[in-house]
Design a protein around this ligand. Structure first.
Ligand code: DOR
Ligand code: ZN
Length: 425
């Protein structure tokens, strides 16, 4: 294994120092380090962060390898500064058995660019009728700990209760896509002033808030862990704030796009802005940013949702919801929060790693810890060109926008997956 000496780097915003990586671990941190056998990486002006961890990634394999594969999504993740991603279960076939989660886990190992931790479905086929084999997925080689029907809500309260009870035995987590389906039938965008003007059927905020309110009560009753996917409204923040104050075991995520883009984007009728839950209002964005800074929302998760051109570049009503996220998430965080490195490390690495139980990830570079880290150039600015993304899909909402920050290098267990801003393999 090659050793790497990273010089002049700021560790999570601290004073410049050197980092020596050897045998997959951070071997030393300090000024004036030397190692004859090491490859030197001049990191003057760069910031080292613990490798980012995404709790919500759609990799599309098996089933839609034209839109993304485990390998192409892993490469996009590494280029975005990630060392671990949790792969959502809405593949085809659905990841609702030990066989499918093991397949995804094995493909992740073979790609070797990030650690791919499969999420298992809560219900068979995401149909919301019968619990999937949660125990078999937990006991499989993939060691599933998070279960989600994401893309769909576990709408039946009795099933949701049973799922929470089931995972309690091994301290698992149910990650809910909070959307009361009866309130969002035919919905195309956020229900509000813009949807009224455009004549598009609205997705009211209360459809999300009602499910979160119900689920925090269920989680409290059962004493299990609930995670809320892609929180998008100010009202949801208030429900979470109250639940956390009562000590409910609930965590929550917000996506980069819900921190930056409003429902006014729908005025273009460009389906790249169609996403579920939909883009909301400026007031929602303000509440989400404040909640993330305070910790009422625990993490940023991308909801990276690649879609093939024919599923996305069509009439708004027929386009699939979802947008790419892995290769731009850190830039959006920098744009929104500026160089608050400790906050970024906490919300994009340490806390998501803890929620997912990914040991070895989400740990700041220090002697003796696994060398899972990323180097960011905070002074760089880049224009997002969809054709240059590593994802197999092109549905980024940031096309031709100039964004701050660039990932210069990413290391997974001491081996570079990205160097000089380019994927190593
Ligand atoms: O916009 C979305 N896209 N929201 C989801 O919940 C699912 C996702 C997808 O799988 O494309
Ligand atoms: Zn979702």
């Amino acid at each position: 294994m090659t050793a790497y000496l990273i010089t002049g780097v700021s560790v999570v915003g601290g004073e410049p120092t050197d980092l020596l990586i050897r045998d997959g671990m951070v071997a030393a941190v300090g000024d004036g380090l030397a190692a004859d056998d090491a490859t030197v990486v001049d990191a003057t002006g760069l910031v080292a962060l613990p490798g980012l961890v995404d709790l919500h990634t759609h990799l599309r394999e098996p089933g839609r390898e034209d839109a993304e594969t485990v390998e192409s999504g892993s490469r996009a993740a590494a280029l975005g500064g990630y060392t671990a991603v949790c792969a959502m279960a809405n593949t085809s076939p659905v990841a609702d058995t030990a066989g499918v989660v093991e397949q995804v886990w094995r493909l992740g190992r073979e790609a070797g660019l990030v650690d791919v931790q499969p999420i298992g479905a809560v219900t068979v086929g995401l149909a919301g009728e019968r619990l999937a084999e949660l125990g078999a997925m937990a006991d499989s080689a993939a060691g599933v700990r998070i279960f989600s029907d994401d893309g769909h809500c576990v709408a039946d309260p009795r099933l949701m209760r049973r799922a929470l009870e089931y995972v309690k035995a091994f301290d698992g987590v149910i990650a809910q896509h909070a959307e009361e389906p009866r309130l969002t039938e035919g919905a195309q965008m956020h229900e509000g002033e813009v949807s009224t003007r455009l004549g598009l059927t609205g997705w009211p905020a209360v459809a999300e808030e009602a499910i979160i309110a119900r689920d925090v009560l269920l989680a409290e009753h059962v004493g299990s862990r609930l995670h809320v996917c892609h929180v998008s409204t100010a009202g949801s923040v208030e429900v979470l704030r109250q639940a956390k104050a009562r000590g409910v075991r609930v965590t929550a995520e917000v996506t980069p796009h819900h921190l930056l883009l409003t429902d006014a984007k729908a005025e273009s009728y460009d389906p790249v802005f169609k996403v579920n839950p939909p883009l909301r209002t400026a007031a929602d964005i303000a509440a989400l940013r404040e909640a993330l800074a305070e910790g009422v929302i625990d993490i940023i998760a991308t909801d990276h949702a690649p879609h093939a051109v024919e599923d996305k570049e069509c009439e708004w009503a027929y386009a699939r919801p979802g947008m790419l996220g892995l290769e731009t998430a850190l830039s959006i965080a920098l744009d929104v929060f500026g160089p608050r490195w400790d906050l970024i490390a906490e919300r994009m690495s340490r806390t998501p790693a803890r929620i997912a139980g990914l040991t070895g990830h989400g740990v700041d570079p220090a002697p003796g810890v696994p060398a899972n880290l990323t180097l960011v150039d905070p002074a760089a600015r880049r224009v997002i060109e969809p054709a240059e993304l590593a994802s197999r899909s092109r549905n980024t909402p940031y096309a031709r926008m100039t964004l701050p920050g660039r990932i210069v290098a990413t290391f997974l267990r001491g081996e570079p997956t990205v160097l000089d801003g380019k994927a190593v393999k």
